[in-house]
Ligand binder design. Structure first.
Ligand SMILES: [Zn+2]
Ligand SMILES: [Zn+2]
Length: 395
């Protein structure tokens, strides 16, 4: 279960990832449909299509009790080791990455109020926003040469990965213009919960200005409510739920074989059952995240599944189908996401994932949910077929 794919980090900007996977997939812009990822060659069933690390990921349970999951990669840390050394990270690799990307800022911040409010509201987006904010602030410090980077910038392209957020699609009715960060949202269109959470986030970040006063104006001017709205309108339609299997459950899984090579070979049934990956809002049925389902509520038991959320540059480019040809998996039991073919895919066929757990839902329910949570009318092959079954054409 050891994550063996550090090189994945090299391809963490969208452009370089598209280049890296160009023999497998291509990104097209289809005038009527928007972006689509298409198979560049015929792919066998169970083939690994992409393996990607998140731009940022956050565990819902971080800090309660402390450090059940690695704060960088979300890998479970056995309770025994976390009580003896109070470790926040699963390895020195993760520790180093965190030091390079966000933890220098993070250790000056206090996210307790934000975290408890987010738990109370059963929404994970503010915690992901908090992580992204610390990454942005740390990259600001690094830009100003206040901080050494212990590794070449190309290895940890934080600035590049944050920039990838610009490529993500967003909720139209909230932020209905194409200009980024222009703060032209009409005040009234910003949900009250976002204002509350942004206020808490700004308060959480503020202690860092005691050590780095030069960040004060950046927090005030750049990480303002306009930025938060810009970010939320993207996160809400792009975030993947990461289900991590806690230590005591891992023995039931057997060793998932992840590898970037084409071969398949995860124990699919076990992995799918234990780590069913629903994309997007996960359990947050409400767009504004105040009505989580029971599975969303945090549990302190280390035997239960712990989930986190992550935002991914390339995986976010895949369109939805209610009968997708790709499965979303987390084979290393970390935030590293893997897309694997669910069946043979022909060259030129669009590669799709399911944004929802569509298994038992009727076509009407699926369309209603997708419209509500993602703002589009699903007209995938399965929806078309099931609609035709429901309403036989008049002869
Ligand atoms: Zn880790
Ligand atoms: Zn559909």
């Amino acid at each position: 279960m050891k994550s063996d794919n550090i090189s994945g980090r090299l391809f963490s900007t969208l452009q370089s990832q598209l280049r890296a996977y160009q023999s497998i997939l291509s990104l097209y812009t289809i005038p009527s449909k928007g972006r689509a990822i298409v198979a560049a060659k015929t792919l066998d069933s169970h083939a690994t299509v992409i393996q990607e690390e998140p731009i940022a990921a956050s565990s819902f349970l971080q800090g309660d009790p402390p450090h059940l999951a690695c704060r960088q990669c979300l890998k479970p840390i056995p309770p025994s080791s976390s009580t003896t050394n109070n470790s926040s990270f699963c390895s020195t690799t993760c520790q180093t990455r965190a030091d390079n990307e966000w933890s220098i800022i993070d250790r000056h911040c206090n996210f307790d109020a934000l975290t408890s409010k987010a738990k109370q509201q059963s929404t994970k987006f503010p915690l992901l926003a908090a992580r992204l904010a610390t990454m942005i602030l740390q990259s600001q410090l690094q830009l100003q040469h206040h901080l050494p980077t212990t590794t070449p910038d190309s290895l940890y392209p934080t600035r590049g990965t944050i920039h990838d957020l610009n490529n993500l699609c967003f909720v139209n009715n909230i932020h209905n213009n194409n200009n980024n960060n222009d703060n032209t949202n009409t005040e009234a269109s910003i949900p009250e919960e976002w204002r509350t959470m942004h206020h808490l986030l700004a308060q959480s970040l503020w202690p860092v200005t005691h050590t780095y006063p030069e960040l004060a104006s950046y927090i005030t001017n750049n990480l303002d409510i306009g930025w938060y709205t810009w970010l939320m309108s993207r996160l809400h339609v792009n975030v993947f739920r990461i289900d991590i299997v806690a230590p005591l459950m891992m023995s039931a899984l057997g060793g998932g074989r992840g590898g970037g090579g084409g071969g398949g070979g995860f124990d699919r049934s076990a992995l799918l059952k234990a780590a069913m990956a629903a994309v997007g809002t996960g359990g947050d049925f409400s767009l504004y995240g105040n009505s989580g389902t029971p599975s969303e509520s945090a549990s302190s038991s280390s035997q239960q599944q712990e989930s986190g959320t992550g935002v991914y540059a390339l995986a976010s480019m895949f369109n939805h189908s209610c009968d997708p040809n790709l499965d979303v998996l987390f084979p290393h039991n970390t935030s590293t996401l893997c897309l694997q073919t669910a069946r043979e895919v022909m060259v030129g066929e669009e590669l799709t994932i399911s944004y929802i757990d569509a298994m038992g839902m009727s076509v009407g329910k699926r369309r209603q949910y997708l419209k509500f949570a993602y703002g589009f009318d699903c007209n995938c092959v399965r929806c078309q077929e099931e609609e035709n079954e429901r309403q036989p054409p008049n002869l």
